[in-house]
Design a protein around this ligand. Sequence first.
Ligand SMILES: [Fe+2]
Length: 224
Amino acid sequence: MPHTTVLEPLKADQWFVDNPDVREFVAIAKEIISSTEHNRTETLNILEPHFAALLKKENWLPKPFTQPNPDSGLGQGIGQWLLYRSQERVLTIFSLVIPPDAITPVHDHLSWGLVGLYQGKQEETVYCRVDNGELEGRAQLETVGTYQVKTGDIYHLLPPDNDIHSVKAITLFAPSISIHVMGNDTGSIWRHHYHPEQKSVQSFRSRYSNVLMKQERENHAKFH
Ligand SMILES: [Fe+2]
């Protein structure tokens, strides 16, 4: 069971949503995260108001990036749409669209991140791992807390703290949509799907709803 991922750099930055608002935010984010003056906690605090400003803007997120995806890598129709990915895969932005009442698996991210609610309401349950990870396939989690997140709210991911959670949409009719600003290529790497009640863990790759993985691209080229 693979637990780490080495991904090759891309040929160039990839813009799946390309407009002045996203370009401006990416330029600021790149400058902030490349600064060596601050530790990661400070970096996220400095980045947060710029992210909040982007979330408040209107008409920057095209409709296809606000839709559920029946063929989801996260299950339950959850859409994970890649908006932007840097060449070195050290900055990605994606939307996570959770249909009403759907819930993500309990998962980790293995990277710093900022998550902001663009639409709707969510209930986030945060866990911490309390075993030493020595037993393959086994993991013991404890619940840290359950939090309500509403439109405009932003929370921080900063492993090892706050990195394991599940997220449930608690809107009745429209999906909840969160925007993730991450320091890795979250959808492409192998990370962990936990089953707290069974005390087990498995590797998984969530993928992005709008991007084929390298192997899928090669298969596609072979058969078409
Ligand atoms: Fe998450």
